[in-house]
Design a protein around this ligand. Structure first.
Ligand SMILES: [Zn+2]
Length: 301
């Protein structure tokens, strides 16, 4: 009898163990990260995102199901730099120690990013919703996407060492594809004479830095602060003077001010997504960057 129970336990153990080994449960804070994990892990991970690409990443509404997902997670992948700090409490509430900060199951992909706009002075409320660790919208630079993919590959290989070369192969395949696209994107951007762009929020700092574009203004006077009539007046004068190629308008903000400024200055605006899942068509990172490049270069021959 005892022997029978032992064998049942062994079978159960093997079943559970092999289940853990063959597939892990990954939770990401954004849809871009879920996409990147899927690219590397393919069927070796079940991936759940806590927020969606069509949402404003600064204002993510928390749901009880998020805690339930984190409780099951073997790995959490996050943007960091304060953008998804809302997940900290959820992790704590879940009680899942595997994914606590500092554990192998907690991956912050911002750590190796060369950060832009890190505040140099003391921060106070007058500066708007400033990100204290710098501008967190770094995933829009393909150079940073490469870092994210490398970090995810490395962490998955630690958690599932048997599949290390599988993950490496997937990463290398994707990076090759990305590299080919970067070449095409850069060629398109190079053809534009006027490299000046404007956006609603300061979302394109890394994108502009990577592609050699010049971000000359934002519709928001300060991060997450809507423009005042006085600021709009100032902006219209400035843009009449400097004539940007385009105003990039992030698709989760109202177009009210952008529309007005665009008409007043005589510069077109284009509504763009900031993340994978930002619209129905944007199912992957390459399509995401494609659509932004397309919006900028639309009228270039
Ligand atoms: Zn922001």
């Amino acid at each position: 009898m005892k022997r029978g129970i032992f064998f049942i336990s062994l079978i159960l153990f093997n079943f559970c163990f092999s289940k853990v080994k063959d597939k892990i449960y990954v939770v990401t804070t954004t849809q871009d990260l879920a996409h990147f994990v899927s690219v590397i892990a393919e069927d070796k991970a079940e991936v759940i995102t806590l927020s969606y690409g069509w949402q404003n990443p600064h204002n993510v509404e928390l749901r009880p199901s998020m805690v339930a997902n984190i409780r099951k997670a073997d790995l959490i992948v996050r943007i960091g730099m304060d953008l998804d700090s809302w997940v900290d409490n959820l992790i704590f509430t879940s009680g899942n120690k595997k994914v606590f900060y500092g554990e192998v199951g907690n991956l912050d992909v911002s750590l190796r990013i060369k950060k832009l706009e890190v505040p140099q002075s003391k921060i106070d409320a007058s500066m708007g919703e400033i990100h204290i660790f710098g501008n967190p919208h770094y995933w829009l630079s393909p150079e940073n996407a490469k870092i994210i993919l490398e970090d995810i590959t490395e962490r998955l290989a630690i958690l599932m060492p048997d599949f290390k070369s599988y993950f490496e192969t997937n990463k290398n395949r994707y990076l090759k594809l990305l590299e080919e696209k970067v070449y095409i994107w850069k060629e398109k951007i190079a053809k534009i004479n006027n490299k000046k762009v404007v956006s609603y929020h300061k979302s394109f700092a890394y994108f502009c830095d990577f592609f050699g574009l010049k971000e000359i203004a934002t519709l928001e006077p300060k991060p997450s602060v809507p423009p005042s009539p006085k600021y709009i007046k100032y902006l219209i004068e400035k843009l009449k003077d400097e004539k940007p190629t385009v105003i990039l308008h992030e698709n989760f903000y109202s177009t009210k001010y952008t529309d007005f400024v665009s008409k007043s200055v005589g510069v077109r605006y284009e509504v763009v997504a900031l993340s994978v899942g930002g619209s129905k068509e944007i199912k992957d990172y390459i399509t995401l960057i494609d659509t932004i490049i397309e919006a900028i270069c639309k009228y270039e021959k």
